[in-house]
Design a binder for this molecule. Structure first.
Ligand code: NCD
Ligand code: ZN
Length: 344
């Protein structure tokens, strides 16, 4: 049996939710990753240091014995956040970023930023104090397939000019345009890439019937963009790293006349990435993408432990029990080739 041993990987973009959903989501992630950057789009959002600390404690309390996991926190930027909050976050050992959600761009983003100019003083403070800006890079109008490119053209280009020393991550990139833009900027701009955007393209969402469990934002794009992302992730370029964007939504919320955006990959996130890298014969590039580039960008030590994957075909479950509800995982029921050794 073929095996692949990596330095323990981290997930630099993760939604864990709270309450009933949290206990399963955090333990699924902890079996795959040592650390994760936890997204703050709860209801209400995480906008204060105290809320981030309390949420971190709830996450740690939900871990089952044997799961060793270090959640790192983000703040949710709003039009009314103060510079003092940014200063405190920058000095906090477990808060390593603040997230820009353009208002109404995605799930739980209604309290997000209504005009980028409103947060220029916050961005100035983040640049000065070294707090990373994580960006949901989509505009909220125009053709949904073009919203990432429109954000780059209308907003990100300007941000890079106005804040040349601000460290930024363009999250869950989905297009060749994003790859090209990130490559063309200096080392202060990096990007995370999800498993769904590496493994799938928009036909999986829309051809032969609407498949709501493939609906996430930014939406899956054309296959040429999927190929551009595979190339970027496996290029060895340190600007690209793993961020799963795993986001649990109940089956009912997804299978609806107005199904919500987000896909749950945490159950097998690393295994999905292995599948994607294997598909282009680039498994030798997985460790740098999954275990080195993100930690290096966030100026954190690389993990000491190791994770082993074995080549052993298995099938994803159709459904996952989730507290008092159920979640359909990404690619439910589909075969995967690589499997965590601990699971096998
Ligand atoms: C995420 C969620 O459900 O919180 N949904 C998604 O489609 N990716 C939010 C986000 O990261 O956009
Ligand atoms: Zn996300």
């Amino acid at each position: 049996m073929k095996t692949l041993t990596l330095t323990q990987p981290d997930d630099w973009h993760l939604h864990l939710r709270d309450g009933a959903l949290l206990s399963r989501s955090v333990n699924d992630s902890a079996r795959q990753f040592k650390r994760a950057l936890i997204m703050p789009n709860l209801c209400p959002p995480i906008t204060t240091i105290a809320a981030a600390e309390a949420y971190r404690q709830r996450i740690l309390a939900a871990l089952v014995p044997g799961n060793d996991f270090d959640p790192l926190m983000t703040l949710y930027l709003t039009d009314t956040m103060t510079v003092e909050t940014i200063q405190q976050a920058a000095a906090h050992p477990q808060i390593i970023a603040a997230k820009l959600y353009p208002a109404h761009a995605t799930t739980n983003s209604a309290a997000g930023v209504s005009d980028i100019k409103h947060i220029y003083p916050l961005l100035e403070a983040m640049q000065t104090h070294g707090l990373t800006l994580c960006i949901h890079g989509e505009v909220t109008h125009g053709d949904i397939f073009d919203r990432e490119k429109a954000f780059i053209d209308s907003t990100l280009t300007r941000l890079c000019q106005d804040f040349p020393r601000l460290r930024m991550v363009l999250e869950h990139i989905t297009t060749q345009d994003a790859v090209d833009f990130v490559c063309a900027q200096g080392p202060q701009l990096a990007a995370s890439i999800t498993p769904q955007h590496l493994l799938f393209h928009r036909n999986q969402l829309l051809a032969g019937g609407i498949k709501p469990h493939f609906y996430c934002l930014p939406v899956l794009k054309r296959q040429c963009h999927q190929h551009a992302l595979l190339k970027a992730a496996s290029s060895g370029n340190a600007k690209f790293f793993l961020g799963s964007d795993s986001a649990p939504h109940s089956l009912d919320a997804k299978q609806s006349a107005c199904g919500c955006a987000g896909t749950y990959s945490a159950y097998s996130a690393l295994e999905f990435y292995a599948q994607a890298f294997a598909s282009i014969d680039a498994l030798d590039k997985l460790e740098a993408f999954a275990s080195f580039h993100g930690a290096d960008f966030y100026r954190l030590p690389r993990n000491q432990g190791q994770t082993t994957l074995v080549e052993k075909p298995w099938q994803l479950p159709e459904i996952l029990p989730f507290g008092d509800t159920e979640v359909v995982p990404l690619a439910a029921g589909e075969p995967l080739t690589w499997q965590l050794a601990a699971k096998a």
